[in-house]
Design a protein around this ligand. Structure first.
Ligand code: ADP
Ligand code: MG
Length: 681
């Protein structure tokens, strides 16, 4: 072969896996399941943990720990068969003076590897009480080693993946991997080079080296994430094609004066921030955050009014029909002189047609609706402001469609989910955030109590007293994870019990996820009109639904819910002037459950609870990561690696704050690695 041919044969980072020695198109096909197509993909597919194959003394082990245990075989191996195809191989080993019973299930062929008097190394699970090990593997020799463990998929085994990754390393392609971090930053934070780090991520020499590799890889991941956000933010800010909304300040002030209450300081501050964004020619991309009942809706309504005074349409999009209806009524109440139009998918065709034509002609000055608002049939007339409520339920894509339906309207997102600072930085780094962190005056904090199931009778008796005082009560029925059918069964059973218990004293209504939207609407409406006094519901009870007369919230099996969800549920009460109560009925089985109950009793501050929740659970569970637009990281964890995230954010924003940063030779290397679009979905 001549030199040119040899160079052409060389494996590149973007060579298909099929080009690796020992692999062909057929075996390469399997890896596509893991989104692995090229040699470079393999190099950058990091293990999610390591198995520590350093052998341990039984005295170092904790009950249930998986480890390598070595010893001398002191009894012959014996296979016992029972049932169909099931069997157990057992023998004993001696480690020092200790005798350990070893069992392997359904691996009878291992019998050949066990010889009396031989030294063996068994990888398995330690059972302290029985001084026994359930074996998983017999190791060829005592390896003083860390073995990577990768996420795999059906049809791709650990062994196959490791073989492919080894082949990728053997091909020499690693040498082609370019450094992606600026030298200045590597020096500053004493970070390992990229090639060294990638190798050590897969096959570390020891724990210390692995930790260094991990630190570098996490930094790289979070830093690039932050760079993308900051670049996007800078572009948004400088966008001159945004709308400068020339609202009439005098009219807005007059509207505020008409409100039956003064705005809180936090509301005033948020409103000024929003109005300033609207006035500026830059594009508004703001999140309005505040606990349930903190008065976000009023502020959003005033912003919509501002758009109206500038001759522009505004639209408010909410996740459910009940909420759309509720907001529609409240906007009509606030602005009786305006044409407010409702648009939902549940509307009659004829009504919908009328609404659509009003929107198109511009007769509609404010629009409220569900997802229907982003459907093709809707044509807006000078749409200047878009507000979404409970934005985390909308995908990033949907937000974008909405944005594109107008002349690049300003966008405001409202959320009642208190988002801890940690997460806010991550998820909303490209957005500006206004926080209403203050409740309107005169609100009585909800009193929260935690009781055990055995005390439920006492609670029910107490509820009788509250009902006599005209109170209304929510019961949230137990949640069975992943089984809607069981949830329903529980709700129905609870409904029956309560109906029997309260008899003539109360009408007990039932609401659950299997019901159609208009059925749910009707039940909520009846509850609001006090046709029922007790409402049993699965968690379908919607965020934001307002029944000020409901003052008691009972949550069954409360330990099954996360703190943020409990807080949301509790927020259904405490909306009027009367004292409200929340009772958590739970016999938690573990510490986390107990801690949650205690935290709920100690504070009503959603932000404090959200921080706690994040610590107890990790971020992914709080938000459906995929749909929330919060990216998933390969190695970093936004809770655990918060410090790195913070530092990455600081550096990235410092770099981008120089408008000519791209010309700075220090940052040359960044350009190539930044994604051009900055979209995260
Ligand atoms: P959120 O949307 O944050 O849940 P809302 O805007 O619906 O809160 O407000 C909850 C209730 O509090 C509404 O009945 C609203 O009229 C009232 N409210 C809002 N702001 C104030 C305030 N500054 N003072 C007194 N009541 C207020
Ligand atoms: Mg603007």
């Amino acid at each position: 072969k001549n030199t040119i041919e040899m160079i052409e044969d060389m494996i590149q980072l973007d060579s298909p896996i099929a080009d690796l020695k020992g692999f062909g198109p057929k075996s390469a096909e399997k890896f596509t399941k893991l989104d692995l197509y090229t040699v470079g993909d393999l190099l950058l597919y990091f293990p999610f943990r390591y198995e520590d194959f350093k052998s341990k003394s039984i005295f170092e082990l904790m009950d249930g720990e998986k480890a390598v245990i070595t010893g001398t075989v002191v009894t012959p191996a014996n296979v016992q068969y029972y049932g169909f195809k099931r069997n157990r191989l057992s023998f004993k080993i001696k480690q020092g003076e200790a005798v350990i019973a070893i069992s392997f299930f359904n691996q009878p062929y291992l019998v050949d590897k066990i010889e009396m008097g031989a030294e063996v190394a068994i990888f398995g699970k330690w059972d302290q009480k029985k001084s026994a090990v359930t074996g998983m593997k017999v190791l060829a020799q005592v390896e003083d080693d860390m073995q990577p463990v990768y996420h795999v998929a059906q049809g791709v085994s650990q062994a196959q993946l490791i073989k492919a990754i080894r082949a990728a390393f053997d091909s020499g392609a690693l040498n082609l991997l370019e450094e992606s971090l600026p030298q200045v930053l590597m020096d500053k934070y004493r970070l390992m080079g990229r090639q060294e780090a990638v190798r050590a991520m897969h096959f570390p020499k020891d724990l210390a080296e692995y930790k260094q590799a991990l630190r570098r890889t996490k930094f790289e991941e979070l830093f690039y994430f932050q760079m993308n956000l900051q670049v996007l933010k800078a572009e948004n800010k400088s966008e001159t094609n945004g709308l400068a909304i020339a609202y009439d300040e005098v009219k807005i002030k007059a509207k505020i004066a008409e409100l039956p209450f003064p705005l809180t300081e936090a509301q005033q501050r948020s409103l000024s921030e929003i109005l300033a964004d609207m006035k500026s020619g830059a594009h508004m991309n703001r999140l309005l955050q505040g606990d349930v009942g903190s008065g976000k809706t009023v502020i959003a309504s005033l912003a919509m009014y501002g758009a109206y005074t500038a001759g522009l349409q505004s639209a408010l999009m909410v996740p459910t029909e009940i909420l759309a209806e509720q907001h529609y009524q409240s906007l009509q109440g606030l602005f009786p002189e305006l044409e407010v139009v409702l648009l939902t998918s549940g509307m009659k065709a004829a009504d919908k047609k009328v609404a659509l034509s009003k929107i198109e002609s511009g007769e509609a000055q404010m629009i409220v609706g569900t997802h229907s608002l982003i459907q093709d049939a809707v044509t807006y007339h000078r749409l200047g402001l878009v507000i979404t409520d409970e934005q985390h339920r909308f995908g990033v894509n949907q937000r974008r469609i909405f944005r594109e339906k107008g002349d690049n309207p300003d966008v405001l997102m409202m959320t009642a989910t208190p988002i801890p600072r940690t997460l806010a930085i991550t998820a909303f780094g490209e957005m500006d955030v206004s926080i209403i962190d203050q409740m309107p005056a005169g609100r009585k904090p909800i009193i929260t109590r935690w009781v055990k199931h055995e005390q439920l009778d006492t609670v029910l008796t107490w509820i009788k007293g509250e009902l006599e005082k005209d109170a209304q009560v929510y019961f949230i029925s137990p949640l069975i994870e992943e089984s809607e059918a069981l949830d329903l069964k529980n709700a129905v059973a609870l409904h029956q019990e309560l109906t029997d218990f309260f008899g003539d004293l109360a009408t007990v209504a039932l609401m659950h996820g299997r019901m159609k939207n208009d059925e749910k609407d009707q039940i909520m409406q009846d509850f609001k009109e006090r046709k029922s006094q007790i409402l049993v519901s699965t968690t379908v009870i919607e965020v934001g639904v307002n029944v000020p007369n409901a003052t008691v919230m009972i949550i069954m099996d409360a330990d099954r819910f996360g703190l943020s969800q409990l807080h949301q549920l509790r927020g259904r009460v405490g909306r009027g002037h009367k004292q409200s109560y929340c009772v958590l009925v739970a016999n938690p089985k573990n510490d986390t459950g107990k801690k949650r109950m205690q935290a709920m009793c100690e504070t009503t501050d959603g932000f404090v609870l959200a921080e706690e929740d994040l610590k107890m659970r990790g971020s992914g569970e709080i938000f459906g990561t995929r749909q929330s637009g919060i990216p998933e990281f390969q190695v970093a964890d936004i809770v655990e690696d918060y410090n790195i995230l913070e530092e990455a954010r600081r550096v990235a924003s410092q770099i981008v704050s120089d408008p000519n940063w791209r010309e700075n030779p220090d940052w040359q290397v960044l350009g190539a690695h930044l994604r051009s679009q900055g979209e995260f979905d």
